[in-house]
Design a protein around this ligand. Structure first.
Ligand code: KG4
Ligand code: ZN
Length: 335
């Protein structure tokens, strides 16, 4: 079965063709991120207009690269939430129009679940049940994945999401947007031990909270800059210490979730799973705790449409399938 996936929840305009939920034939993407850079964050109206302009060329590119014609597609899947409402509207309406005009079935897909599906697009695939850790710009969640339509939330973000914390700390340091990849790069040159930042931990809960560590960075920077300008070395050390504290809490909560549920499969998804330190440290759980860790390749960690097409296939024919053409964008959507 050939599935066309469409993803427009934020600043990426993406289309992909995936066969039988596992073979990626094309995975095309363009992003308005460089336009948002100068504003220090996503400007929703700019993102929406970009989607309208680029969705058709990206769709054509995805079909061409997969070497298939429009009529070869068996199912069209699109993200319906969570995300920016104007952005979601473009991809969702595109998918509905495709479905109506081509007389092909349609599936609406949850973006967060799609992030977890990314690990199922590469081999070896995880087995279910597994624990899932979603680390994206808007979400930090630990879930028990019994199946892709049966997830149980184990831990959630109480304030800032982890990607949001990376982006805000980068802003405090004047590093640009998006901050995650920049902090990741600078942290490699810094000392993790020179400064100590602490990310919140909850004894009886697997929840996360990152606003405290972000504020600690802000106060540290304010204190420092009264005395002197921050040097490049200072900035590297702040990035290293911040990232160290955040990654430790992510790895620790994921480990606790696996032990609590007696599950030895851990699946990562979302933009922050591109982080080199997180990838490295979480893989150590395999030796220390016998937990098999599945992390998608970096291009599948970030927003893409292959994960949407894959999950669309997986959910097709399930009783919970959201295939009604009247479905609306859901900017705030839980798993
Ligand atoms: O999943 P994603 O592409 O979009 C959302 O669904 O939100 O995640 C974007 C987030 C941004 O906050 C970005 O700074 C972060 O992922 N990110 C990273 C890295 N690459 C992207 N954070 C830390 N290290 C990275 N290498
Ligand atoms: Zn995402």
């Amino acid at each position: 079965m050939l599935v066309l996936g469409i993803e427009t929840s934020c600043d990426e305009t993406a289309c992909a063709v995936v066969e039988n939920g596992e073979r990626i034939l094309s995975n095309c993407i363009t992003s308005s991120v460089s336009i948002h850079e100068k504003f220090g964050g996503i400007v929703p109206e700019v993102a929406s207009r970009y989607h309208v302009e680029f969705i058709l060329p990206v769709l054509e590119e995805a079909l061409k690269e997969a070497n298939v014609r429009i009529g070869d597609i068996d199912l069209v899947a699109a993200t319906y939430g969570p995300g920016l409402v104007g952005s979601l509207l473009t991809g969702l309406n595109m998918a509905k129009a495709f479905s109506l005009s081509q007389n092909k079935p349609f599936m609406a897909v949850n973006h967060l679940a799609a992030h977890l599906y990314a690990s199922f697009l590469v081999s070896p695939q995880p087995e279910l049940p597994a624990v899932g850790l979603i680390v994206s710009g808007g979400h930090t969640e630990l879930v028990l994945i019994n199946d892709f339509d049966q997830m149980e939330i184990l831990g959630n973000t109480r304030d800032d999401a982890v990607g949001e914390a990376f982006d805000k700390v980068a802003k405090i340091l004047g590093l640009g947007y998006p901050g995650g990849p920049i902090i990741d790069r600078l942290a490699r040159k810094g000392d993790t031990k020179k400064i100590k930042f602490t990310s919140a931990r909850f004894k009886d809960s697997l929840d996360f909270s990152f606003s405290g560590v972000k504020t600690a960075v802000l106060y540290h920077v304010r204190k420092q800059t009264v005395i002197s300008e921050l040097t490049a070395g200072d900035i590297n050390d702040i990035c290293a210490a911040f990232q160290y504290s955040v990654v430790n809490v992510l790895v620790d909560n994921a480990r606790r979730a696996c032990h609590r549920k007696k599950i030895n499969q851990l699946v990562l998804g979302g933009g922050v799973s591109a982080n080199s330190s997180l990838r490295e440290k979480i893989k150590e759980l395999s030796a220390s705790d016998s937990i098999k860790v599945f992390i998608p390749p970096v291009n599948l960690c970030l927003d893409n449409a292959a994960m949407v097409a894959g999950l669309g296939f997986r959910l097709y024919n399930k009783p919970s399938a959201k295939s009604d053409l009247s479905i609306e964008p859901a900017p705030i959507l839980a798993l």
